[in-house]
Design a binder for this molecule. Sequence first.
Ligand code: HEM
Length: 453
Amino acid sequence: MNAPFVPPRPAPPAEPPGLPAFLAAIRTNAIGVWGPEAYEREWVTGRAIRRPWILLNAPEAIQHVLVDQRTAYRRTPASIRILWPITGRGLLLAEGEAWRWQRRTIAPAFTPRAIRLLLPLMMEAASAAMPALAADASSGPVDLLAAMQHVALEVATRAMFSLDAARFAPDLRGELGRYALRLARPTPLDLVLPPQLPTPRDLARLRFRRRFVRLMDAIVAARAGQSAVDAPRDLFDLLRAARDPETGMAFTPAQLRDQIATLIVAGHETTALALFWSLYLLASVPEVQERAAAEVAAADLSAEAVSTTLPRLELTAAVVNEALRLFPPAFTLVRQARADDCAGGVTIPRGSVVMIAPWVLHRHRRLWRDPDAFIPERFLPDAPPPPRFAFLPFGAGPRVCIGAQFALAEATLVLAAVLRRFRVARAEARPVLPAPVITTYPDHAPGFLLRER
Ligand code: HEM
């Protein structure tokens, strides 16, 4: 058997980075802050900008922060600054009672049963995207990052909100792309000032926010204008009908808009990256691609059959999971300690920044065999499960990703649709390196050759 493929990655720094290198890394490639010891130890600590930080790899410590003592930790000022212009007060940034109510309201739309009902829609959207991909491919190398962002946006908007993405996708993708290039990158002041004190970069973020709110309001108005039905038929109807059990209040129009923005953005950027990295890995290892393509060729990908088909796409799903392990779109979960604490034997002073980094955990030397190698078989149903709290692409605990099952189903079905139709190869030899800022983007959008099977 050939040695497994080890996708290239930036070499970890030999020494813990000093402040300038640390600041440069979190602005351009945040995984560059982890030295080799991070991938070996149960925890690592340091100080940056007068604040202690702690990276946790031990399961008891992770369970303590994300599950058992969750309310003793909050999102950091920098996360709030960077995410708020997009998500506003939607589920991702909500806290306390407001979070509980929002989560309870949205959860019914993401139960396994609700997702099963959405599978035909996801399959239709995936299949509908293939002719455009074929047209693109006929004129040369294809940018699969952009293509997957497009498909994932289409699936998210159609499946959750019965919206046709074509009308607003260019504006939405344009705004998010510009935001990611500059405003999403934290400045030193973003890291130290409390959220209520605006930094110069926040003023530019506020201008972005005004434009983004106008765009989202137009999207919501387009959906609200669609003919009303008696029973809720999608997440939009469910959100609009929701009432707080204690106060009887509905979401205000601004809250409804923030919720929809949160779900569209959180739901499509990350899934698009999972798909991009899955395709990159399969293009790099044709032998695995052919096995996955054979699995897909034997499956019925019609919308009517999809709920029976999905559980049978075992290798295709395993490739998605292995891509989520090697290139977790949410590469670090960051929290700030509200008070002095101790997590799994690690002392955590009040105000420390606590990090649980799927990027590190998923490549930890003591948790995984061949941690840097692409071995999708480790996620096949008969393989032993990963160690506890070692595989966290969707986080853990009460704030675990609400869309995890939606994303896994979508990524498996879209990948299946691509493999059914195309043989995917790299168009160039230049290495593709992860360069995470908010999510695990590649350092460039490489070209791929797609040949019809
Ligand atoms: C591969 C795709 C995805 C990945 C890797 C991912 C990852 C994550 C992670 C790690 C968290 C927890 C963050 C934390 O604890 O700090 C999270 C939360 C969240 N995700 Fe996802 N996500 C994905 C897809 C989706 C989808 C499809 C949706 C919606 C349709 C979604 C909506 C959300 C929301 C609303 C939250 C906040 C939940 C809360 O705080 O209660 N995500 N996601």
